[in-house]
Each structure stands twice: as structure tokens, then as C-alpha cells.
Write a protein that binds this ligand. Structure first.
Ligand SMILES: O=C(O)CCC(=O)C(=O)O
Length: 352
């Protein structure tokens, strides 16, 4: 749907989390109010902040501190965990290696994925099989990140329960075959000060305009640096500044499809004009690797005009999995990926 929102709503989910395991949660007044706010936000902006989320602030900060320390290391240290096909495309990516809309992005990153055992998803999964690459320094890096991933997965599952209720489904609609074994992704991102990047390499964009391909993204932004922007229906870029003790969340393309077009996966971008190096940690809660790409049968209100006559050749994406799929698989894209690409194409067509 989408709207001309001028600000991103803030939703306090604490009352909802308190009742998360109560089978009668759907009758509770406070829970219903949180669900109403989630429903409005997913329809209108496709973005919202969550507060009262229960993740300790000390851990949220530790994750950003460890990320900053890693990106501060000399180049030779960082490339020790370089992203390669041997690690299933996990690991360190240099500034300008990530391409969005044909333009290099001014960020460096470590990409982590849910670890995949050999053979789990046959030939389709094979290129993403592997384990995450963790640096030796800072020495607590792996422990901190693994604890964070575990808590963010759980928080995402809980928020998806609220979204399931908002769509009129059972609270566990996004569990089991849909996202009970989420193929999650985490990107640890560092945006250098633009003047520190050689002029030859420099563009004006930290991360080009894109939508996310999955269900729900939770971003842990650096304090005080205003760089994330979200595009409303009229094409205005609305700021999503960091707000202490919150995550900024957004809906991905798969949720748009599963909600039959009711919920919006909204274009966003990062422009770091600050004189400070910016760190952010984006956690992407995704469907199961082999989930069906079809709307829920309990929500069929708004028909989504989808057709499948697209090819992979001339498409762009900022997200690692779709980027990789497009590069490596070309014509052998399976139907679900074609659907996601179609949605992305529609979104990119709208970018100025
Ligand atoms: O750095 C951010 O604030 C957002 C990053 C983002 O949009 C992405 O990685 O998809």
C-alpha cells in the first residue's frame, strides 16, 4: 500500500512481549493496541521503530563497538576473513564492492548467514553452504555476535507473531514451513567519512536505494548520525534518525507477497554526510530457504498483480543473497526468486 508518511512511527512492544506465550493474547487490550500499531505501520510506511524490545542496551552497544574495532584494523587484517565462495559468500567485503543500481556503495561489511550444512538444500543451496568467518580481533567478537544473533532471532519471531495477528492469522503463521527455520542474514556495516575515500572510488551513496527481500529487518544504528532515509509514496526521502534504545525495523518483499500486497516493502538508502565513521548492524529475519512464495490463504484481501516473465539479466539489488543469486544462477532462477525480482523491479522503477 504505502502512504505519504512524514515520520516513522515508534511502537512500544513491551506489553505485547509480556503476553507472548499466553494463548489468549489476542483478547488482551494492550496487546491489541500494539497489533493495531504494527498493522498501521506495515501498511503505511513499511517502517517502524520498536522500543521496549527487551534486548539489553549493553549488548546492543557491544555489538557496534566490536564492529567498529574490526573496521579500524589495517586492511591486511580485515582481508583475512575475506568473503569467498568457499565460505558460502560469508565474510568481509571492502568499500565499493557492494553494488546497488549499478553504483558502488560507500560501505564495508561483514556478511553472516545462517550456517548451512552440505547437501541441506541440494544444488540450489550449495553455493550458500558454509560457516561464518569470525576475526581473531577483537577477541570477544564471535561470542558477542552469536549471543546477539540468538536474541535478535527470537525478538524477530515474536514481532512476526504480532504481524501474524495483525493479518488476521494465527500467531504462529510465520513459524513452521514459512519461517520456523529462518535463513537469517546479518550485515555488519561501516560507512567511512566520504573525504577519507579516494576521489576515484568515491560516490555519494553509502548504500543505494533498495528494498529488502525477506520478512523483517532490524537495524541497530550508530548514535547521533542521521544517515538512513526512507522513501514515501510521493518520492520524498524521510529521515529515520537513530533513537536511543530502539531498533528501526522494516518490512521486506516476502512479507509484501505473503500479505498479498497489503504490507509495504519500502525503498530506503543510506547517505553518510557526517564527519564521523558510521557503524550499523542490520539483522534480516528471512523465510525458510525453501519456503513457498505465495500469499497466506487467511489474508487474500488485496490482489497483487504479479507476473513471471522476467529474466535475471538486467536486475540490481543491494541484498547479498539476491545479488549472488542473480550473478551465479542467471537463467536458472527458481520461481520464488523471480517473484522477488519482479517486486524489486517495480520498486526500482520508482527511484528518481
Ligand atoms: O545502515 C543502515 O542503516 C541500513 C542498511 C541497509 O539498508 C541494508 O543493509 O539493507
Amino acid at each position: 500500500m504505502g502512504s505519504d508518511f512524514q515520520a516513522i512511527p515508534i511502537i512500544d512492544i513491551s506489553a505485547f512481549l509480556e503476553k507472548i506465550d499466553d494463548p489468549r493474547m489476542g483478547d488482551d487490550k494492550e496487546v491489541l493496541e500494539v497489533i493495531r500499531q504494527l498493522d498501521d505501520a506495515c501498511k503505511e510506511a513499511g517502517f517502524f521503530y520498536v522500543k521496549g524490545h527487551g534486548i539489553p542496551d549493553s549488548l546492543v552497544k557491544e555489538v557496534k563497538d566490536a564492529t567498529r574495532k574490526f573496521f579500524n584494523l589495517p586492511y591486511e587484517e580485515k582481508v583475512k576473513i575475506k568473503m569467498t565462495s568457499a565460505s558460502g559468500h560469508r565474510g568481509y567485503q571492502e568499500v565499493a564492492e557492494n553494488i546497488t543500481l549499478g553504483k558502488p556503495d560507500m560501505h564495508e561489511a561483514i556478511d553472516c548467514y545462517s550456517e548451512m550444512e552440505p547437501g541441506k538444500y541440494g544444488a540450489l543451496g550449495q553455493p550458500l553452504e558454509g560457516s561464518n568467518l569470525w576475526p581473531d580481533y577483537p577477541s570477544n567478537f564471535k561470542v558477542v555476535m552469536e549471543e546477539y544473533i540468538c536474541l535478535l532471532k527470537d525478538l524477530s519471531r515474536k514481532i512476526m507473531r504480532g504481524i501474524a495477528l495483525a493479518l488476521g492469522g494465527p500467531p504462529n503463521a510465520f513459524e513452521g514451513d514459512r519461517a520456523g527455520d529462518s535463513f537469517w542474514v546479518m550485515r555488519l556495516l561501516g560507512y567511512p567519512v566520504l573525504s577519507d575515500i579516494p576521489e576515484m572510488q568515491r560516490t555519494d551513496t553509502g548504500c543505494g536505494a533498495h528494498t529488502d527481500y525477506g520478512l523483517l529487518t532490524l537495524v541497530n544504528q550508530d548514535d547521533e548520525i542521521n544517515a538512513l532515509q526512507v522513501r514515501n509514496r510521493s518520492g520524498e526521502w524521510i529521515s529515520a534518525p537513530p533513537i536511543p534504545c530502539t531498533f528501526v525495523c522494516n518490512i521486506g518483499d516476502m512479507l509484501k507477497i505473503w500479505s498479498n500486497g497489503l504490507y509495504e516493502s519500502t525503498l530506503h538508502r543510506v547517505i553518510n554526510n557526517s564527519p564521523k565513521y558510521r557503524v550499523s548492524v542490520a539483522f534480516f529475519y528471512e523465510p525458510n530457504f525453501d519456503a513457498a512464495v505465495e500469499p497466506f490463504d487467511f489474508y487474500t484481501g488485496v490482489p497483487l498483480d504479479v507476473h513471471f516473465d522476467v529474466t535475471a539479466k538486467d536486475l540490481h539489488s543491494a541484498v547479498p543473497m539476491t545479488r549472488w543469486m542473480r550473478r551465479e544462477m542467471q537463467e536458472s532462477l527458481m520461481l520464488p526468486m523471480k517473484l522477488l525480482i519482479y517486486i524489486n523491479q517495480q520498486n526500482y522503477a520508482a527511484v528518481d
